[in-house]
Ligand binder design. Structure first.
Ligand code: MG
Length: 336
């Protein structure tokens, strides 16, 4: 098995601002794993707040030895091995897991979504995210959101209502809201939840600090719309802890260490009666197609990587009627 890792700087179309920071590009590690004439592609999207970077990803890849891995891959065994290399690093673990799924699909001549029992008929529409910005830029972004039927808005500042009003002056699309832990007071937070519901908001992510379990649970208990844990829910073990604190979870492949554990998180959440939003980081077509392969198992999708970046090294996946279209090509269905 030949393994390569290549750094890539993925540029954002607009500087991306959420409650706590702003940035203009995202470092990516592109991983390729080749075997018997087939090559699987994976990516690690290393948004700064998750703590990984090109150096940590390179150090991880230098330790990676998959010569023992037999086909068909036993992903429980592979994830346990990746966790034995380092405790954290979910971004680069996801890159390896996604590359192996793409490779396995190509070797089996089977699209990845079929391994998970996913079907195009159940594909949810995907939202496109609008970061915190001036009203002029927000209006421009709403225009660019054209093909997406849902808009996700980043809140968590004192201009929250103004931002929603700006969007509502030009669009009546349903909204998802992400507070990114930006709300400090639960009573004010709950008032905001009711106001947002009146504005056509369908769900709200991570209202308060992830450590503040009691206040997040307090809002969830009283909220008329789903409250979703994102920063609170990283890997499989966190799903059970989110029960009773949130109505649902935001599963992202860059948190879950890839498709295998991401799938298990979706299954676990459903077992517990929780809903699932599948989200993403700034990702190329690799992460987007890997997410799309699992999205039909989820209630909502926020897979907007290709819309928000400008130098995707691959062809954008097909997008129709507000949804990603699963490809019948083997593996992820990636096109150069
Ligand atoms: Mg979020």
């Amino acid at each position: 098995m030949k393994i390569t890792a290549t750094p890539y700087e993925l540029e954002l179309r607009h500087p991306f601002t959420i409650a706590k920071f702003s940035r203009t590009s995202t470092p990516i590690m592109l991983v390729e794993i080749s075997y018997e004439g087939c090559t699987g592609h994976g990516e690690a999207s290393m948004v700064p707040y998750m703590g990984e970077n090109i150096e940590t990803a390179s150090a991880f890849m230098a330790k990676l030895d998959l010569s023992w891995a037999k086909l068909p891959f036993d992903y429980d065994e592979i994830i346990a091995y990746l966790d034995s290399i380092a405790a954290g690093n979910p971004n680069i673990k996801a890159a390896v897991d996604i590359a192996l799924h793409d490779l396995q699909g190509k070797l089996d001549n089977k699209p990845c979504f079929e391994y998970f029992g996913a079907e195009q008929t159940k594909m949810p529409v995907t939202s496109i995210t609008i970061g915190i910005d001036t009203p002029e830029v927000v209006l421009k972004k709403v225009k660019e959101a054209g093909p997406c039927k849902v808009i996700k808005v980043k809140l968590g500042r004192d201009t929250d209502k103004e931002l929603i009003n700006t969007i509502r002056s030009v669009s009546d699309k349903p909204l998802y809201v992400d507070a990114n832990q930006g709300w400090a007071d639960r009573e004010a937070g709950l008032d905001m939840v009711f106001w947002l519901q009146e504005q056509g908001v369908v769900l709200i992510e991570q209202p308060m600090a992830k450590e503040n379990i009691d206040d997040n649970a307090w809002i969830t208990e009283r909220s008329p719309i789903p409250i979703i844990g994102d920063e609170s829910v990283q890997r499989l073990a966190d799903v059970e802890k989110a029960k009773g604190v949130y109505h649902g979870i935001n599963m992202k492949l860059m948190k879950s260490a890839g498709m295998h554990e991401g799938y298990k998180m979706i299954r676990k959440a459903k077992e517990l009666g929780m809903s699932v939003l599948i989200g993403c980081m700034s990702e190329t077509s690799i992460g987007t197609l890997a997410g799309a392969a699992l999205a039909p198992l989820c209630d909502w999708a926020d897979l907007d990587g290709p819309f928000l970046t400008r130098n995707n090294p691959f062809k954008d996946p097909e997008f129709k009627d507000g949804k990603w279209v699963l490809s019948d090509l083997p593996g992820l269905g990636l096109k150069k």
